[in-house]
Design a protein around this ligand. Sequence first.
Ligand SMILES: C[S@@+](CC[C@H](N)C(=O)[O-])C[C@H]1O[C@@H](n2cnc3c(N)ncnc32)[C@H](O)[C@@H]1O
Length: 305
Amino acid sequence: MKDRVASSTAYTVLQGLLLIAEKPEYRHLVTAETLKTGKTILERSEEGRKRLKQLNSRLFRALVPMMERLILPGISTHYGLRKKYIRDAVENAISQGYTMVVNLGAGFDTLAYELHSQFPEVTFFELDHPATSAHKQSALDGQISNNFHLIEVDFKKTSAKEVLVSHEAYDVAMPTVFICEGVLMYLPVSDVKTLFSGLAELGEKTRIVFSSVTSFSDPKNNCGPVLNLYLRIKGEPLSWTIALKDLAGFIKDQGYVLLDVAEAGSLKDRYLPNITPTMLHRGECLVQVQACSTRDEVEASCPSE
Ligand SMILES: C[S@@+](CC[C@H](N)C(=O)[O-])C[C@H]1O[C@@H](n2cnc3c(N)ncnc32)[C@H](O)[C@@H]1O
């Protein structure tokens, strides 16, 4: 993570999303408001304007499938599927009475921004590295209401728990859904564990929607031959990976129960039932977990083998 510049991968996710929004078969995955807000965010920086210019270039669009094959096959479509899954999970949690939504490492995601005006009774927080968070804050300046808070933090120096408990708008008594999308893989496993245990201790009712990746050597992962090099050059190398088969055990060890897991095939079946995409990204899962208040509760929901 480079200290002074906004996250390169945050730009890449948003750019990929805007790219698929132009394709009729994937357009339903991206809301009109995401498109509008995403463009506003990109227009506010030199790097963002470069990304927008690329989106308007026929040559760039023609080269994307080849670049994706080398780095992450099918990744733009995957961003659309991933975001649709998370939107559904968060809206579902809100419909069940969750009144706080916290996006950890939110990047240039627009979900909290979109929902904060739709659900004024829900309080939204976004935490991200200072350079990325500050850029978003300035891009959305004047368009944010009192129930939406953007907070600058480096998770390597300060935990999400510490930041949240000291924030005046954060209320530990409120049922909270956390989003951690495309972030945990950049943290060492010790930080991932600290994050999960910290969030479980934070409040009465805690749900987390997160994405996790399998290792590059896992045959289920179809990442391209130059992904590792690409991420190193961008200053955001991968750190934590976990195989699908190990997820339930990992989650249980952190004091959570698994509510749902979706990998490439199930995301496609759910959101693209009538389409056969040329390429699906395989290697990142979407997961929903619920914190248990006691160890007995964890054991009861997921008995040891
Ligand atoms: C791949 S982007 C994902 C952005 C967003 N969640 C999405 O999926 O659209 C990774 C995000 O994690 C944030 N991040 C990575 N390491 C971080 C750290 N140590 N502290 C705070 N944020 C971090 C980056 O700034 C970036 O916004």
